[in-house]
Structure formats: structure tokens, C-alpha cells
Ligand binder design. Structure first.
Ligand SMILES: [Zn+2]
Length: 557
């Protein structure tokens, strides 16, 4: 049987294709997991320009190679389509490279966090804003939030803002609060909270974007050139992980939204954009773009304006995800919906009726329910084929909700890394064993035939698709417990979530996501085959080479 698929005749449309040009890269002796159902595995393939030109057996591809061809022997290594991160924040991560790292690890104690902030203040000089990121109250030795007084003690002469690892909380020092005019009399912002002590004095803790924004609006944004430089370093982190495409999942969440557009645009123009970016733009900025008449389909294959991003709750580990039943460790609290049902209905309808894809952040079952109601209503009022709306994180979805997603054509992107990073704390603290076992119900989603993706949410957890696939297949927590064994999925389902389904959720399944003639030549060479190694070893697989549009952007030393 000939497995050779070639497209000399049918690909006349594609710009890089020339009947007469025959400089082809031929890759032989590989285990190619194509993720193309018509030809699931192959030994070899050819790349012409930025596309796959042929896929088949060694014998067939040897014949295909011409004298001018460059032949690469992959020595039995595995090749998979370039990974697609369907929810991470490359531009937010880039910003963190310009800030003090307050994560655990590296910081074990509040004192170590203070040391880092102090060092940054000294490097910047008095008066300049000091920013930190990644603080985790549930991992730091003291198991508590930062206080205004901690920050004052470390950095008295600079305004300070430190963001929580979830992104849903931040901590300000006294100078930052004073600059923002936040005092005991400041009214609570809609959808956020300024935490106060018994005397009514702000503690420094700011909850949700609305409260953080009160301080953020006083911080001078980073310059485009600072951002571009940080984005270059960020792209290389993605390449090390075998990633060739990523959503930039909340552009405009921080004030640098416009600089992000500018930076990506300039990088693209300079030929320095080495990652396909699908922008998810927060509602405020999106509306502004719409008002200016910006076409949401602009951009080249590398940089596209995608969906509008809405938020309907926070995160489980900060007790701000909206749950049906109260948190185990905070009886009486079940988190708040960010929008009233009417407000969310209206927002979703506004974009849905204009043919725009909507992505809604919803972690808790109550937020997912509210999101589904809004999507069902919009679909009822303005029936649309193929809307492909997204529910982001989607951690506590019930089987009934998954069925409704399937009916609506909604694609959840599950934050499966939670199983590893927070699974133990979900059992012991936030959710209790029963609900914790049901987070990220991938097995149920597979059973119901739902298309879904997986993600890392960088900078919330490290970007590493093989690790996220490992979490999906094994569901082992950091302490080694298997959380909800019934929700484990097969390696091929996990790989699908990071390749073909990743392409589907941005309407790009015809141009990328599988190793198939005519599609973008995006692929990763791996040390072993994730579909064949023992499941508990998937995380050990190394990325050896990452190729974007036929160009090697990373090669292991
Ligand atoms: Zn996110």
C-alpha cells in the first residue's frame, strides 16, 4: 500500500509552491505521529518552503528526493506536529522577565521574597515602580498572603506591586496605595475587592482585576522595545518545549495591551516573530479595536487577532472560582460570579451576534453554568454554525455541562496541570476528595465525544506540552496520588488536544496541527514516542528540535 501523499498538483494556491523549484528538505528514518487520520504514522516526509510537500515511507521519500535536496536522517527519532498551546500568556510571561520572581520555588519564605524585591529596588533606584510576580500563599513557608507592611519593610522608598501566581490577586505597599489614592474611604470597585483590616485600613491585598487596576493605572507601561526583547526570550522558552503556536490569552489584562500589539507587529515586520500567535483580547480593548473598525481577521499566518476574552470567575486556589457548593476550607464561601447573568448574556450576545469567537474564563461549576446559559441563549437568539466558543480552564465541569458543550460546539480548554500542581491542596484544602477527583474531567469529555484542548496557562505553570500530556494521561499529583483515575485519557487523546484540536479551536485545522501535505511545516523532533513509551515516562521525553514553517528555531545542544 502506498502511503505517499504528495501535493504537486493540488497545492497551486500556496504562495511558497513553485513547480520548477526543487530545493526540498527530506527527513528520513523517523517515527512520525502525523495526527492525520488518513495516514496516522509514517517514516519520512519532505518540506518545501514552509509546507509539508510529501509524507510516506523511507522508500517513497528517497525516490522523492532530488539531487538538490537536503536529506536529514532522524535516526529513528519521533516526529510530532508542532505543539499548540491553546491557553498561555506569552506577553504576560515576557513582562515577568522584567519583574522580581516571587514564586515558590525559588522563594521559600516571605523574607526571601522581601530580599528579591529589595534587590530590584536597589537596582532601579528610589521612586521607580518595583514589580514582582508569582507569589503563592499556599506554598510559602508562612502559608499566608503578603501584607502591605511586609512590602513597606522591604522597600520603603519605591511603590511596589506583587502579583499572585494565579494573576487574580496582587499586593501593594503603602506608597503604591497612596499613589493610587486607595485609603479607608475608597469605594469597592465593581467585580473586585480592596481587602481591609478591622480598622478599615487596606491590608495591601487587591482582589481581581478591577481592584488591581486601581494601582496598575498609575504604573508607567513597559516600552515596546523592552517588551520585544522580553518576547524574544519568551519565544525561545516555547521552542524548547516543542511549541510552534500559542494563544496569547488575555492581551489587555494589564495596561501593556497596546504595546503587545505593537511589539508583535514590529517583530513580525522584522522577521523576528518565531511563534504563531492567536490573540485573545480582553473585552475592553477588543471593544476599542472594534470601535476603531479594526478587522478581527487581520494579520499574517504568524500573528492573528482571534477571540474576545471574558472572565466569569477567578481561581480555585484563591477561593475566587464560583462554585455551586462552598469551599471545603471556607464554609459559607463559594466564590463570586464576575458578571451578573444579565450582563454576561448581553456581552456574549454582542460578540456572538457579530460573528466573533468568545472565550470565557470559568473554573468553577457555577461559572461554567452561567457561561453555558449565556452561550445557549446567544445561540438560540442568533443561530450560528461553527462559532467554536471557548471555555477556559473549565475545571469543575459536570457531565451534563460537557454534554451541553458538545451540543453547542463549545470547546473547553482544560487546565490539566492543576492535577499535579494543586491536586493535593484541592483534596486537603479547597475542594475535598470527591470534588477534587472530578477536576479537569478529560475522561468524561472523551466519552462524550467532545473536542477539547489542554494548556499550561504560563506563567501560572511552566509551559511544557509533554508535561501537560503526562498530567492528562497519569493524573498524578505532586505528592504522587492518582487523582480521579477514571478521568485519565490515552496518550493519543492528549496529543490530539495539543495538535489537531489546538488548530481547530482557532479555525486553523486546514493549515496546521498535523503532518499532512500542504499544511505548515511545523513539527518537533522528540527523543521518544509519547504514544509508545510507558505512560509514566511521557514527562521524561526531550524535545530535540523545533521547526516552524520549515525553519529550525530550536535544536538541542
Ligand atoms: Zn490564563
Amino acid at each position: 500500500m502506498s502511503g505517499l501523499h504528495h501535493g504537486r498538483r493540488e497545492r497551486g494556491r500556496c504562495g511558497s509552491w513553485r513547480e520548477t523549484v526543487r530545493v526540498v528538505d527530506v527527513f528520513l528514518n523517523a517515527e512520525v505521529a502525523t495526527m492525520n487520520n488518513a495516514l496516522p504514522s509514517a517514516q519520512a516526509f519532505a518540506v518545501l518552503g514552509d509546507r509539508f510537500a510529501a509524507v510516506g515511507s523511507n522508500e517513497e521519500l528517497r525516490r522523492w528526493a532530488k539531487r538538490e535536496s537536503k536529506v536529514v536522517d532522524l535516526g529513528g527519532r519521533t516526529v510530532v506536529p508542532g505543539f499548540i498551546e491553546s491557553h498561555s500568556h506569552p506577553s504576560l510571561y515576557a513582562l515577568t522577565l522584567l519583574q522580581a520572581d516571587c514564586r515558590t520555588p525559588p522563594c521559600r519564605t516571605v523574607a526571601e521574597v522581601k530580599e528579591r524585591l529589595k534587590a530590584m529596588a536597589e537596582a532601579l533606584g528610589a521612586g521607580r515602580w518595583v514589580r514582582g510576580w508569582g507569589y503563592d500563599d499556599t506554598l510559602i513557608a508562612e502559608r499566608r498572603h503578603l501584607k502591605r507592611t511586609d512590602l513597606d519593610d522591604a522597600v520603603p522608598a519605591n511603590p511596589v506591586l506583587v502579583s499572585h501566581v494565579s494573576g487574580h490577586l496582587a499586593y501593594a505597599n503603602s506608597l503604591a496605595l497612596a499613589i493610587a489614592g486607595i485609603g479607608s474611604g475608597t469605594p469597592q470597585p465593581l467585580g473586585g475587592e480592596i481587602q481591609r483590616d478591622e480598622q478599615g485600613v487596606p491590608t495591601g491585598l487587591l482582589k481581581e482585576h478591577a481592584a488591581q487596576e486601581l494601582v496598575l493605572e498609575h504604573i508607567p507601561p513597559y516600552s515596546t522595545s523592552e517588551l520585544k526583547d522580553a518576547l524574544r526570550r519568551t519565544m525561545s522558552v516555547y521552542h524548547h518545549a516543542g511549541i510552534t503556536s500559542s494563544h496569547d490569552a488575555a492581551v489587555g489584562y494589564f495596561r501593556e495591551g497596546r504595546q503587545v500589539f505593537q511589539a508583535y507587529g514590529e517583530l513580525e515586520e522584522e522577521g523576528g516573530l518565531d511563534l504563531r500567535i492567536y490573540l485573545n483580547v480582553v473585552e475592553e480593548l477588543y471593544r476599542d479595536l472594534q470601535n476603531r473598525g479594526t478587522d478581527t481577521r487581520f494579520g499574517s499566518g504568524l500573528f492573528r487577532l482571534g477571540c474576545v476574552k471574558l472572565f466569569q470567575d477567578g481561581s480555585i486556589q484563591t477561593l475566587t472560582a464560583a462554585l455551586e457548593e462552598p469551599y471545603q476550607n471556607a464554609p459559607g464561601r463559594r466564590g463570586d460570579l464576575i458578571h451578573t447573568q444579565e450582563a454576561l448574556d448581553e456581552l456574549v450576545e454582542h460578540y456572538h451576534s457579530r460573528g466573533i469567537q468568545v472565550a470565557v474564563h470559568a473554573n468553577g461549576d457555577r461559572a461554567i453554568e452561567s457561561t453555558l446559559r449565556a452561550l445557549e441563549r446567544a445561540q438560540r437568539l442568533h443561530p450560528r454554525d461553527n462559532a467554536r466558543h471557548l471555555i477556559i480552564h473549565c475545571q469543575l465541569a459536570s457531565r451534563d455541562q460537557i454534554r451541553r458543550m458538545k451540543r453547542l460546539g463549545v470547546i473547553p480548554s482544560f487546565f490539566v496541570n492543576h492535577v499535579y500542581y494543586w491536586g493535593d491542596r484541592h483534596v486537603a484544602l479547597f475542594l475535598g476528595p470527591e470534588r477534587a477527583a472530578c477536576i479537569d474531567p478529560l475522561g468524561t469529555a472523551v466519552e462524550e465525544g467532545l473536542i477539547f484542548t489542554l494548556h499550561s496557562d504560563l506563567p501560572v505553570t511552566p509551559v511544557a506540552p509533554l508535561f501537560s500530556m503526562h498530567c492528562a494521561v497519569n493524573r498524578r499529583t505532586r505528592e504522587g496520588m492518582v487523582l480521579g483515575p477514571g478521568e485519565r485519557i490515552s496518550p493519543v487523546e492528549a496529543l490530539r488536544a495539543y495538535t489537531v484540536h489546538g488548530a481547530y479551536c482557532s479555525f486553523e485545522e486546514h493549515t496546521k496541527g498535523s503532518i499532512e501535505v500542504g499544511k505548515a511545516a511545523d513539527f518537533a523532533v522528540l527523543s521518544e514516542n509519547p504514544l509508545r513509551v510507558a505512560p509514566e515516562r511521557i514527562r521524561e521525553i526531550k524535545v530535540l528540535r523545533t521547526v516552524l514553517g520549515g525553519r529550525t528555531v530550536y535544536e538541542a545542544g
